[in-house]
Write a protein that binds this ligand. Structure first.
Ligand SMILES: *Cc1c(COP(=O)(O)O)cnc(C)c1O
Length: 478
């Protein structure tokens, strides 16, 4: 991936004083790091216009080939380290159906947390044995269905384990004994409501041994993106596996959850932004308490390798420990598998001037860019399409949604556009497949949710079809 830089240094040359210079150059943008396919789609003179015309409204563009490449990189990191294991796609990060056959074909799994997610994955070819069911206390229906299909169940609480024991006792042969993981509460994350404390884990182990449950190991899911605490937790949970094996349990796996980092923008642009931004860079002088870390390193499969090679002050790396103890490593990346695998397109409906900057209004709602919904901002620059219309002078503009809410803003920041956006243009939000697309979408104002378009390569261009994400549990409109 290469950086497409723009507008750095404009108007700087005639301002010698350093603080001034800093101010001026500080207003440069946050251009997204983009995969080649996304630029190819925008370079195609007809494709986006045809889709916008046909779909009449905002739409998400999905590219499963990128997901496949990301997945292959994760699986390759395991193979290269000589570690046995499985990658489960954290399905909540994007509900589209198009990723599921990619997992099935690659022999990867899916991490689900609800009956509809489980059914959707089954319907697109993912086998129950290739699923892990995570999440908080689960419904009886979900536990039963997971057992029926041979899914791995991550147990979150002692009473949930008791319900599984009840299920096994009353199943009378209609369901195989479920394969279990015990999800532990990380000590570095004590405020989390998920997982078993150390004492609860002791008790759960006792229950598993007494009831002869099929305990396969332990899991956790950490906030943050640091490899070190993940390696540390995995280390300790290998110890728990050995303890469980002494009790006669299989305990052959450690699941390190998700939370693999991505880089949306370059390091220099990110540093520049975080060191220089001010309230007046944003519409209505909006201030924020936090931003997602839009640049990180290491990312994706490289972060997995960093975890595997971590040895801190120990005599062996995590991968060496896993190999020596014949322990499998399971992981549940969501966002990182979707990195670069999709973008979102909003038709521009209008533009107005306000206090020296512009306000673009688009067909669509800020709920379709989830970060906006969390009192924060999705910061990679939206891209105006087509790039080639007759030029007006460059403008700075924020982007509002089509609703009657003043706070329905897709972008509060005054983004630089090299011409004035106008009705008929499209605004492309890059790299939105991981969480931005569907987490907080609404049909507010009775507006239809954005359609989902799946692109595949064909000849020297692309072919498209609609995704099936909404067909599982919603009938009526497709
Ligand atoms: C959300 C979640 C994931 C995926 O997290 P990412 O940050 O998208 O990688 C994996 N496992 C569990 C238990 C989760 O809750």
């Amino acid at each position: 991936m290469e950086l497409t830089s723009r507008s750095s240094g404009a108007g700087v040359a005639d301002r010698p004083a350093r603080p001034e210079r800093r101010r001026e150059s500080a207003v440069s943008g946050l251009p997204a790091l983009e995969p080649e396919w996304a630029r190819e789609v925008r370079a195609d003179p007809g494709l986006l216009a045809t889709l916008a015309h046909g779909l009449q409204g905002p739409f998400h563009v999905l590219f499963p080939d990128q997901f496949a490449a990301n997945l292959a990189a994760f699986r390759n990191a395991l193979t290269t380290a000589g570690v046995a294991g499985q990658v489960y796609y954290g399905k909540k990060a994007n509900k589209s159906g198009c990723w599921l056959p990619v997992c099935a074909v690659a022999g990867a799994g899916v991490d689900v947390a609800s009956v509809p997610e489980l059914v959707h994955a089954l319907s697109r070819g993912v086998r129950g044995e290739d699923m892990v069911v995570t999440g908080a206390a689960k419904s009886d229906e979900l536990l039963w269905l997971a057992a029926r299909h041979g899914c791995l169940l991550a147990i979150d609480a002692l009473d949930e384990l008791a319900r599984v024991v009840g299920l096994v006792r009353t199943a009378t042969g209609s369901a195989p004994a479920p394969r279990l993981l015990l999800r532990v509460l990380p000590e570095v994350n004590p405020a989390s409501r998920f997982g078993l404390t150390s004492q609860e884990t002791d008790r759960a182990l006792g229950v598993c041994a007494r009831e002869r449950l099929d305990l396969r190991g332990f899991s956790f899911h950490l906030n943050g993106y640091d490899p070190a605490p993940r390696a540390e937790m995995a280390y300790r949970l290998v110890g728990r596996c050995l303890e469980a094996r002494r009790l006669g349990l299989a305990a052959d796996s450690v699941d390190i959850g998700g939370g693999f980092a991505c880089a949306y923008v370059s390091e220099s642009d990110w540093t520049h932004f975080t060191e220089n931004y001010r309230a007046d860079w944003f519409h209505a002088d909006k201030t924020f308490t936090h931003f997602y870390p839009y640049h990180q390193s290491p990312i994706g499969a490289d972060m997995l390798s960093a975890i595997l090679h971590d040895r801190h002050d120990r005599s062996e790396s995590l991968s060496e420990l896993l190999i020596r103890t014949r322990t499998r490593l399971l992981l549940e990346p969501g966002r990182a598998l979707l990195d670069g695998a999709g973008f979102t397109v909003f038709p521009v409906q209008g533009y107005k001037e306000r206090d020296g900057y512009g306000i673009v209004t688009v067909d669509g709602l800020s709920g379709s860019v989830s970060e906006q919904w969390k009192g924060s901002e999705y910061l990679p620059d939206p891209i105006l399409w087509p790039a080639s219309r007759a030029r007006t002078s460059p403008v700075r503009a924020c982007v509002g949604g089509a609703s009657c809410m003043d706070y329905d803003m897709l972008t509060w920041r005054k983004v630089a556009f090299d011409r004035r956006p106008e009705a008929g243009d499209l605004l492309v939000y890059p790299n939105t497949a991981g969480y931005q697309m569907d987490k907080n979408e609404t049909e507010f104002h009775q507006l239809r949710l954005p359609r989902r378009v799946v692109l595949t390569r064909h000849d020297r261009g692309f072919r498209w079809r609609l995704d099936d994400a909404r067909q599982v549990h919603r009938t009526g409109e497709a």
